[in-house]
Design a binder for this molecule. Structure first.
Ligand SMILES: [Zn+2]
Length: 134
C-alpha cells in the first residue's frame, strides 16, 4: 500500500507550505462556520471545500515546476509575517535567559542576557546606545 502510494506520487508535487496553509485555513473556517447561521455556514463550507479541492489539485499535480513557482511566490509574499512569528517563538523560547529590546533608532531587535542590572545596550547594526534594566 505504502509502495503503491509512493509510486503514485512519483512526478507529482506532493505537499508544500502553500498547500498546508490552505488546508489549515479551510479547517479553521469549518470550525468557525459551526458557530454561524445557516447562510453564512453554507458559504464558508463552499469556500472550504473549494480550498480542499485546490489542495488536492496541487498535491497531485504533475506540473511540479508551476506548483513550485506558486509556492515560492507564497513564501515570498508571507516572508515578513512568518519571520515575525518565528521571532516571537524564538524570544519566547529564550525568555528565561535573555531580554529583548528594540533599537530606538533603527528598530532592530537586540538580545541581552537577563539579570545584569542596568546596562548600556549598543545596537550592533547602527551603533546607537541606550540604557535598559535587564
Ligand atoms: Zn540600531
Amino acid at each position: 500500500m505504502r509502495e503503491k502510494l509512493a509510486r503514485f506520487m512519483v512526478g507529482r508535487n506532493g505537499s508544500d507550505q502553500l498547500s498546508r496553509f490552505v488546508s489549515i485555513v479551510a479547517c479553521v473556517a469549518l470550525v468557525i462556520s459551526m458557530f454561524m447561521d445557516t447562510d453564512a455556514r453554507m458559504a464558508i463550507w463552499f469556500l472550504a471545500i473549494l480550498g480542499v479541492i485546490y489542495v488536492y489539485f496541487r498535491v497531485f499535480s504533475r506540473n511540479v515546476y508551476k506548483r513550485r513557482a506558486e509556492n515560492e511566490k507564497y513564501l515570498r509574499a508571507t516572508a515578513n509575517i512568518r519571520g515575525y512569528f518565528k521571532g516571537l517563538r524564538e524570544r519566547w523560547r529564550q525568555r528565561r535567559d535573555y531580554r529583548f529590546f528594540r533599537c530606538p533608532s533603527c528598530r532592530t531587535m537586540l538580545r541581552v542576557p537577563r539579570g545584569k542590572g542596568k546596562i548600556k545596550v549598543v545596537c550592533r547594526k547602527c551603533g546607537t546606545s541606550f540604557i535598559r534594566n535587564t
